[in-house]
Design a protein around this ligand. Sequence first.
Ligand SMILES: [Zn+2]
Ligand SMILES: [Zn+2]
Length: 259
Amino acid sequence: MMRFAVLGSGSGGNAAVVECGGLRLMIDAGLSAKQLSARLQSVGIDPKSLDGILLTHEHGDHVRGLKVFLKQNPIPVYTTPATARVVRETGIDGGTWKFFEAGQAFTLGGISVETFAIQHDAVDPVGFVLGDQSRRLGFLSDAGFVTRSMTERLRGLAGLFVEANYDEGLLEADTKRPWSIKQRISSRHGHLSNTQVTELIREISHPALGRVVLGHLSSDCNTPDIILNRLRACLGELGHGHVGLHCAGQHEPSDWFDF
Ligand SMILES: [Zn+2]
Ligand SMILES: [Zn+2]
């Protein structure tokens, strides 16, 4: 069995937890250590029982709680050397660091971890595909653009977590963000729009895709209704209305999703 829960997702902090093959891994640690521990416990996980933390990239909303969390729970951190260097420059000295290069695959206990490079304004951002012999879960957080090779990596999944950061119309109409910030968000090194996510899911959906969990929704420039309606329409057209859709929130953990 494989199961997955989002502890929180959005510009205020991101973290998720996956159980598979007898292992428990957290992906990113962007909430405060206190919140990470509390939310892990609320989904029934003792923080000390984690086997490791995978990092997607070094932005604060993905690593904010890491330093204190590692002091309390000295577990291995898996990331690329470039991401580790930048994260450790912020004063994180504890923990055991294990390195992979973007694009490499490795196994942890009973889990295979495939990694792939993504486009985002970070030093060496990656996505993951975690799995065992019978199912695979894709994990694609902050990314400005979906390349052909990323799409190929995400075929044949049983489940997918993907960011759906902004709706193009709402971003354009937004009056709080200066033009330069809007440019950064929508650039090829920014975040994924609802259109980009819908196109990705159109490409990779298949009869055995059971669940798509959306995250990192902008609180001003997206709503769960907009993206869920778009995806429902798209999946319905493809005859894949069976795919379960869920938007992860910032302020509380999701349920567990089983695969
Ligand atoms: Zn980021
Ligand atoms: Zn982020």
